[in-house]
Ligand binder design. Structure first.
Ligand code: ADP
Ligand code: MG
Length: 295
């Protein structure tokens, strides 16, 4: 029987070198070299590259592709509901937000320092968008990330507890470098859910970053956690090393739908080729537009 390491895929000695090479490259998991080596060989011959430079070019291509695949995997594992970046974030729409701070956070040094970010503001002001964009930046810079809503996370924790796999889930949550907890406050938590969520936050204290988005100011968090004492202890930890994003303002959603209702809208006065950042990507709220593509 042919084993996995059998150098001759056809089982005969007659396999031509190209086939053997393809087989070995697959075994070594070098898909880019496999795909590119003939093309790069033609280029190397054309440019008069010696064999070391030829090999170097191939290996560099493999490395670049590998890094891209790793980032893609990190993004998949982060479970973002949509991939959004700051390229499509219109800072002018939310003048109260400290743009310099946001761009600084996008460099992700706070993740390395295990600090937290809290985005607070009313509905539709781009909190989730900003959290997704920070999450994407973290994935691109090599930090494992997980995005989850507060409600889903507390449900998952309660389910895990009932099924006696709470420790395992807690360990998984501890393992990610950046945990994004979206929409804290939209749905009140059950008492057990609140306590389990508190435990996650408390276990991450100074060990891993958290981004929280909430429509509620801190004073109202006790209504979510059902306890002044628990909320106090939680805020104490969460806000010890924290960057606050003030995101109160006009709802971007409402503004956009109001814009759509107006037939001759201001957008028509926008000069062609105006900066992409200034154009608010109207396709994003279009139900026909795929939401999981980079925007
Ligand atoms: P929130 O989480 O604060 O309720 P979202 O982030 O879900 O708001 O924003 C609602 C919609 O509006 C999303 O499609 C988001 O991409 C878009 N949006 C909000 N603010 C901005 C902004 N400043 N620039 C571009 N898009 C925005
Ligand atoms: Mg949101």
């Amino acid at each position: 029987m042919m084993t996995k390491t059998d150098p001759t895929p056809s089982g005969t000695m007659a396999a031509v070198p190209a086939e053997l090479l393809a087989h070995h490259l697959k075994q070594l998991k070098l898909p880019t070299i496999l795909r590119e080596h003939e093309k790069v060989a033609r280029e190397a011959a054309r440019d008069g590259l010696d064999h070391v430079r030829y090999l170097l070019r191939l290996v560099e291509l493999e490395l670049l592709d590998r890094e891209r695949r790793v980032v893609e995997r990190r993004i998949r594992e982060a479970r973002f509901p949509a991939v959004k970046s700051f390229d499509t974030f219109d800072f002018a729409a939310i003048p109260g937000l400290n743009k310099m701070l946001v761009l600084e956070l996008a460099r992700c040094e706070y993740v390395a320092r295990r600090e937290n970010v809290i985005a607070l503001g009313n509905s539709g002001t781009g909190k989730t968008h900003a959290a997704l964009a920070l999450g994407l930046a973290a994935c691109q810079r090599g930090f494992s990330t997980l995005f989850v809503t507060a409600h889903a996370l507390s449900s998952q924790l309660m389910e895990a507890r009932d099924e006696k796999r709470l420790l395992k889930l807690q360990a998984q949550l501890q393992n990610v470098k950046l945990l994004i907890v979206d929409e804290l406050g939209y749905v009140p938590l059950s008492q057990v859910g609140a306590e389990l969520l508190f435990e996650v936050f408390s276990q991450r204290y100074e060990r891993g970053s958290i981004i929280v988005t909430s429509n509620l100011p801190f004073e109202e968090w006790p209504t979510v956690f059902r306890s002044e004492r628990l909320t106090g202890a939680l805020l104490d930890r969460l806000t010890h090393h924290v960057h606050i994003l003030e995101m109160n303002g006009e709802s971007y959603r409402l503004k956009q739908s109001a814009g759509r209702r107006r037939p001759a809208s201001v957008e028509q006065n926008t000069p062609p080729g105006a900066g992409q950042d200034a154009v608010a990507a109207p396709a994003q709220d279009d139900p026909a537009a795929p939401s999981n593509l980079p925007s």
